[in-house]
Write a protein that binds this ligand. Structure first.
Ligand SMILES: [Ca+2]
Length: 470
C-alpha cells in the first residue's frame, strides 16, 4: 500500500528578515519564488524566535526545546546529538531524512547531525564561493556558489530518493549571512538604483536602556571594509557616508537574497514536475530576523521586532488554503511538533512547542498563546549586546537587561546595573520610546512582570535576581 504521509521540505536561510520578502510587503526587493509559497499556502505574520542567533535557533528547531534545555544558549555551544530530535523520530517512523547546507552546531564527537540518513553540511559558517562541504564525515571542496551548490546537492538527493516512502529534507542556506558575498549573476543587481532607507536609520538611541546605545552594530561606524567590499570614499559628510554605507551593505544583502529566491524556485519547480509537490509541506523560514539598517544597525540579537521576527510561510496543496494569512503568535520551538503531527508521529511530552497544524488547517479558536518568552545569553560577547530576557504580547514588549554573563562560556563578566524597557507596540511599533517609567503604564508593568515570570517558569528557565524584586 502506498505511503501517503506528507513529505516535509524545510527550507531555512540564515539572517533573512521578513521585511526583505515581497510577500511580507518589502519596500526594498522582490522575491517572486518565495511569494509562490506564500500565495499557495499560509503566511504567518507573528512568528518569533526564542533567541535571535544562529546556533540556538537551529538547536530549538531540531529538539523542540528552549536553549537552557537543549544546551545551545550561545554561538559557541555545540549540540549534543544524543538528545532527542524530531528527525530521529521521523527516521524511526520510516521517513527518509536528509540535511543539506548550513549546520553550525558543531562537528565530530557527538556534534554531527543525528537523525539523518544523509547529511552534507558546511563546516562552521562555510564559504560563499567554492565552499568546502562535509558529507557524512568526508570533506571536499566544490566549485561554484554556495546557494546554487546547496540546491544542487538537495536536488540530487531528492532525485535519488525512494519514491515510495515520504521524505523530510532540511535545506539550509548560508545566505544571506555576513559577509554578504553575491554571485556573479546578481553582482550588478541594483547597481543603478538607490534602495529606500528604513524609517529608523537615523535612530539616536535616546529614550532607551543603555543597551541600544552601546551595541556595536551600527551601519555608519561598525561595518568593516570587508563588509563594504572596499574603502569608504574620501570627502563625504557624516550623513553622506552613512547613506553610502547603507547602500553598499543592503545591496549585497539583497543580491544574496535574490540568489536564495532563484534557488527556492528551482526546488519548487522540481517538486512540481516530479509530482511530489501536491503531497509536500514546503516551509520557508530564516533562523531569525535581521536589522536592515533599522535602528541604524545591521545584525540581530536584540528582542526588537526586526530581529525577533522570523519569516514563516508554508505551502501544502492537500491541506492549506492558498493565500491565507495567520496572525497567531507562533515560535520556532513549534516547528518540530508541527512536522511530527503531520507525519502522524506522537510529539514527545518534553517538547516545549505546540503543533501549528490546526492553525494551518484554518482553526480560529481562541485557544492559543497570547505571549512569548525570549532570552539572549551572550552578555557583551559579540557586538557588545547585553544579555536580556523578556516577554512580547500582541500589544506590549517588556525587556529586562539583567546585565550579567552568568558564567556563560565565551562571555565577559562585566556587571552593569540591570535596566528595563517597555514598548507600547500599538503606539510605537518601531520601539523608539521606552515607557517603563511612564505613569500611564503603572498597572501594565507589574502585570507583564508577573506574566514574564510565569512564562519563564513554564519553560523551566529561572528568573534572574539582582537588586530587583521580580
Ligand atoms: Ca542566523
Amino acid at each position: 500500500m502506498a505511503d501517503d504521509r506528507p513529505n516535509i521540505l524545510f527550507i531555512m536561510s540564515d539572517d533573512h528578515a521578513s521585511h526583505a520578502m515581497s510577500c511580507y510587503g518589502s519596500r526594498i526587493n522582490e522575491t517572486p519564488n518565495l511569494d509562490r509559497i506564500a500565495s499557495g499556502g499560509m503566511r504567518f505574520d507573528n512568528c518569533f524566535c526564542t533567541n535571535s542567533i544562529c546556533a540556538p535557533s537551529r538547536a530549538t528547531i531540531l529538539t523542540g526545546t528552549y536553549n537552557h534545555i537543549n544546551g545551545v544558549t550561545t554561538l559557541g555551544a555545540k549540540i549534543d546529538g544524543r538528545q532527542e530530535n524530531f528527525a530521529k523520530l521521523l527516521q524511526g517512523a520510516g521517513y527518509q531524512t536528509a540535511l543539506v547546507g548550513k549546520w553550525h552546531l558543531g562537528h565530530g564527537g557527538h556534534h554531527d547531525p543525528t537523525g539523518f540518513d544523509h547529511w552534507d553540511v558546511l563546516p562552521g559558517q562555510g564559504d560563499y564561493h567554492n565552499p568546502e562541504m562535509n558529507r557524512m564525515g568526508d570533506s571536499r571542496r566544490i566549485d561554484g556558489y554556495v546557494t546554487d551548490i546547496i540546491t544542487d546537492l538537495s536536488l540530487e538527493w531528492l532525485e535519488a530518493r525512494d519514491k515510495d516512502r515520504p521524505f523530510c529534507l532540511m535545506l539550509h542556506h548560508k545566505a544571506p549571512h555576513r559577509w554578504w558575498e553575491p554571485d556573479e549573476k546578481h553582482a550588478e543587481m541594483y547597481e543603478d538604483v538607490d534602495i529606500p532607507e528604513p524609517e529608523t536609520l537615523w535612530d539616536d538611541y535616546e529614550n532607551r536602556a543603555s543597551a541600544a546605545r552601546e551595541a556595536k552594530m551600527r551601519v555608519d561606524r561598525d561595518l568593516s571594509e570587508r563588509d563594504l567590499k572596499g574603502p569608504t570614499p574620501d570627502g563625504l559628510s557624516p550623513e553622506e557616508e552613512k547613506r553610502w554605507k547603507y547602500q553598499r551593505y543592503i545591496k549585497d544583502y539583497l543580491r544574496c537574497v535574490a540568489s536564495v529566491d532563484d534557488n527556492v524556485g528551482r526546488v519548487i519547480d522540481y517538486l512540481d514536475v516530479d509530482g511530489a509537490a501536491k503531497n509536500t509541506l514546503i516551509c520557508y523560514t530564516s533562523d531569525q530576523g535581521f536589522f536592515l539598517g533599522d535602528h541604524g544597525w545591521y545584525d540581530k540579537r536584540f528582542m526588537y521586532e526586526e530581529s525577533l521576527r522570523m519569516p514563516f510561510i508554508v505551502r501544502y496543496p492537500e491541506g492549506i488554503q492558498p493565500g491565507s494569512v495567520n496572525q497567531r503568535m507562533v515560535l520556532n520551538v513549534d516547528f518540530p511538533a508541527t512536522f511530527l503531527d503531520y507525519a502522524g508521529v506522537e510529539v514527545p511530552g518534553h517538547f516545549q512547542g505546540r503543533s501549528l497544524r490546526s492553525l494551518l488547517e484554518g482553526a480560529t479558536s481562541d485557544d492559543w498563546r497570547t505571549s512569548m518568552y525570549y532570552r539572549y545569553w551572550m552578555h557583551l560577547s559579540q557586538h557588545h549586546v547585553y544579555a536580556h530576557y523578556g516577554i512580547r504580547t500582541h500589544d506590549y514588549k517588556l525587556i529586562y537587561y539583567y546585565a550579567d554573563a552568568l558564567g556563560q562560556p565565551g562571555t565577559v563578566d562585566d556587571t552593569k546595573p540591570p535596566e528595563w524597557e517597555l514598548f507600547d507596540l500599538q503606539k510605537d511599533p518601531s520601539e523608539l520610546n521606552n515607557v517603563f517609567n511612564d505613569l500611564a503604564y503603572a498597572e501594565i508593568v507589574p502585570a507583564l512582570r508577573t506574566e514574564l515570570r510565569d512564562l519563564q517558569l513554564a519553560v523551566d528557565d529561572e528568573p534572574y535576581f539582582k537588586e530587583d524584586d521580580l
